[in-house]
Design a protein around this ligand. Structure first.
Ligand code: GLN
Length: 492
């Protein structure tokens, strides 16, 4: 197989080529860098490249292949790492001016796991500043363009991770998801993306946005790739106090199970109003597909969804205002030079270092937490969060998996929502509840709209039920046969 074609394939196909010695790991990584050289100027998926590390890792893989040693399932498979996850000795900027020169003094736990499995990291993927956004237009570095159509956003906040995989600048990627930041870009860029159960994957070394919602997860060109990458990164970590003290199962184990008797609930409130015609049609078609695969379809009502955006934007901003207090010019990154007093240094550093959206969130969160407003906003939001969780608990007594669109529409035009933060926040309507409830959720591409942009559907399962989720996604993927390689053919 031609190497340009190989870089558009899944990890399993690339692994086969590596093991059959059709291509070396170094050649595969070089081919991906050639693609980066060819398309990166148009896409903007990376804040920085980590070439030296990637090549060194690929050489170790080749050495092992030469010696006939055992290889981890994703050894040698090129990966994009979101730029809010620490990789020792390389820059980790969270796409913020305030961290523009910050070099990680340590590895995140997930990074250590990637290293242990000899997975080459191609670069640090662009993102919305501090993971705040839905379009990747809030990056202080540069915007990211959607490889399917360069005038469209790739989704956010892990837009660089998604665009890198869609454009062949990586085969797999890690992102973080606080309210949909893996699933939304996966949906806009035609990829599989998974947010695991809260606590499944260690957050140690992930720059915190909203700690009770953040979770790291995989992107890939197949459900199996996501399951394999989840196998790599999941598991207990004593360095993260919210990490689940449980041995993770093999997430590829149940992929091929039959769907006979599996109950799938479609969420009424997310499947009726506000969808574009193409998304609604894709949803209906998928329900028919599941029926033909033997699944039972049930309607589920979750009336509290209408409050979820308000609840999320109170809780997430409250936690962000606290988490981002540490960026004051003393310990990390950027420091304003023209300050006379310590206080002035704090103020100027934060005024100059943070972008508009980050400032907006810090102000909102500080306001919601201030005495006098705490009960009215923060406490109320926490009470509603519990009720949202209860809604899911009730639903999962009736069904195994919930289905809805990931977003009511496909990727929108660059610039079309930047001046209206509220309309940007509304793109998260279907995704944020999974973070509020801590449940696993994923995007799976099911087709294209009239303009040729990918349509993604969201599947959600109860806590720790990733295997059921992946099984239901895998079966749909088999039936749909989505072509992940289209953007690779249209880009140079
Ligand atoms: N779009 C949401 C936000 O702006 C979610 C971001 C995320 O998941 N990191 O907060």
């Amino acid at each position: 197989m031609d190497i340009r074609e190989l870089i558009s394939k899944t990890s399993s196909e690339q692994r086969k080529a590596l093991l059959n010695k059709e291509v070396s790991a170094v050649e595969l990584v070089e081919a991906v860098y050639n693609q980066v050289d060819a398309v990166e100027e148009q896409i903007g998926a990376y804040n920085s490249l980590t070439r030296e590390y990637a090549i060194e890792t690929a050489k170790k893989v080749d050495e092992k292949i030469k010696n006939g040693e055992e290889l981890a399932p994703l050894a040698g498979i090129p990966l994009a790492l979101k730029d809010n996850i620490n990789l020792k000795s390389y820059k980790t900027t969270a796409s913020s001016k305030i961290l523009a020169n910050f070099v990680s003094p340590y590895d995140a736990t997930v990074t250590q796991k990637l290293k242990a499995d000899l997975i080459p990291i191609i670069g640090k993927a662009n993102m919305d500043e501090f993971a705040m956004g839905s379009s990747n237009e809030n990056s202080a570095t540069k915007i990211v363009r959607n490889p399917w159509n360069l005038n469209k956003v790739p989704g956010g906040s892990s837009g660089g991770s998604a665009a890198a995989v869609a454009a062949g600048e990586a085969t797999i990627a890690l992102g973080s998801d606080t309210g949909g930041s893996i699933r939304l870009p996966a949906s806009y860029c035609g990829l599989v993306g998974l947010k695991p159960t809260y606590g499944r994957v260690s957050r140690y070394g992930l720059i915190a946005f909203a700690s009770s919602l953040d979770q790291i997860g995989p992107f890939g060109r197949s459900v199996e790739d996501c399951a394999l990458l989840l196998n790599t990164i999941a598991g207990h970590d004593e360095k993260d106090s919210t990490s689940l003290n449980q041995v993770a199962p093999d997430f590829t184990k149940d992929l091929r199970n039959d769907l006979k008797g599996v109950k799938i609930g479609y969420i009424k409130e997310l499947c009726s109003e506000g969808l574009t015609e193409d998304v609604a049609n894709a949803m209906n078609k998928t329900i028919e597909t599941y029926k033909s695969l033997g699944a039972e379809i049930v309607e589920i009502s979750m009336p509290l969804i209408k409050y979820s955006i308000a609840v999320y934007y109170v809780i997430a901003t409250a936690e962000a205002s606290s988490n981002l207090a540490r960026f004051d010019g003393v310990k990390y990154g950027y420091r304003a030079q023209d300050a006379e007093t310590l206080y002035e240094m704090y103020v100027k550093t934060r005024a100059q270092g943070f972008g508009d959206e980050v400032k907006r969130r810090i102000m909102l969160g500080t306001y919601a937490l201030s005495s006098g407003y705490y009960d009215a906003y923060y406490k109320k939001a926490q009470q509603l969060r519990r009720l949202v969780k209860q809604d899911f608990d009730n639903a999962f007594e009736k069904v195994d998996v919930l289905i809805s669109p990931t977003c009511p529409h496909t990727a929108f035009d660059i610039g079309s929502k930047v001046s209206d933060p509220l309309s940007m926040y509304l793109t998260d309507i279907a995704t944020i509840t999974a973070n509020l409830a801590g449940i696993p959720a994923m995007n799976i591409p099911v087709g294209l709209d009239k303009t040729g942009m990918p349509i993604g559907l969201q599947l959600q399962a109860n806590c720790l039920n990733e295997n059921k989720l992946l099984n239901v996604a895998f079966k749909l993927e088999e039936a749909v046969q989505f072509d992940y390689s289209i953007p690779l053919k249209t880009l140079v």
